[in-house]
Design a protein around this ligand. Structure first.
Ligand SMILES: *Cc1c(COP(=O)(O)O)cnc(C)c1O
Length: 227
């Protein structure tokens, strides 16, 4: 049995400390529990420990969990790669999408967002280290994509997301996060609804907090290794 309650407590403590070191208020740093590949029982433990925001990477798995936990008031974030044939399920069931990286996906999510739900909250994924195997737009391409999203009434542009390469030292790990933060600052002058920097995972959350993260995506440190 994974000790989700204890793990969550420890992660929150780490977040508090890192925020303090960075001179930031801990309340500025949100925590999304990444529950991909973990069972509903593990999510339930996190809910019992006060966790509300959850992240999933696979559409079918995520939708099944959302349905099973439908009566709780939770916030569900889609953080995986998104293919066109899965946009309707995401637009119908999730509250956020962190991984918008092309106009076609943005347009489909907009068109398929059910009328009885509020706008879908979205972030643009930026391939901050320009890694060929990773999704996301280049920093330069984030501006034109933001312009397209801004015109879609059923989407609300909330910010930027990145998944940088792993560095050995924290000083080096902070560099890509600093770059994303600078891009966000520049863009939010044009797009005032951009208030979210989705960055930092189990292995690099202190570096991300030091550089302005407002939403950490933490899986392993909360739920243990994925089965
Ligand atoms: C799996 C995943 C995470 C969580 O990673 P951990 O290292 O387990 O904390 C965060 N963000 C994305 C996009 C992921 O796919």
């Amino acid at each position: 049995m994974i000790r989700v309650t204890e793990n969550l407590k420890a992660v929150r403590e780490t977040v508090r400390n890192a925020a303090k070191v960075a001179g930031r208020a801990p309340a500025e740093v949100g925590l999304l529990a990444v529950s991909k590949r973990h069972p509903v029982a593990a999510i339930q433990q996190a809910i019992d420990a006060g966790q509300c925001d959850f992240g999933e990477n696979y559409v079918d798995e995520g939708v099944a969990k959302i349905r099973e936990l439908a009566r709780k008031s939770l916030v569900w974030h889609y953080i995986g790669a998104l293919q066109s044939n899965k946009t309707r399920a995401v637009a119908t069931h999730f509250d956020w999408v962190h991984t918008i990286d092309r106009p076609k996906i943005a347009q489909r999510l907009n068109d398929q967002r059910p009328a009885d739900l509020g706008p879908l909250q979205v972030c643009i994924q930026v391939n901050i280290d320009n890694e060929p195997q990773k999704a996301g737009v280049s920093p330069e391409a984030a501006h034109p994509l933001a312009e397209i999203i801004e015109r879609l009434p059923r989407l609300q542009l909330r910010g930027l997301m990145c998944l940088p390469a792993t560095r050995e030292h924290e000083t080096d790990q902070r560099v890509p996060f600093r770059e994303l933060c600078a891009l966000q600052t520049a863009m939010s002058a044009n797009y005032p609804s951009m208030d979210t920097l989705s960055m930092g995972m189990s292995g690099d959350l202190s570096a991300a907090i030091a550089e302005g993260s407002t939403l950490l995506r933490v899986g392993t440190a909360i739920f243990g290794p994925r089965p």
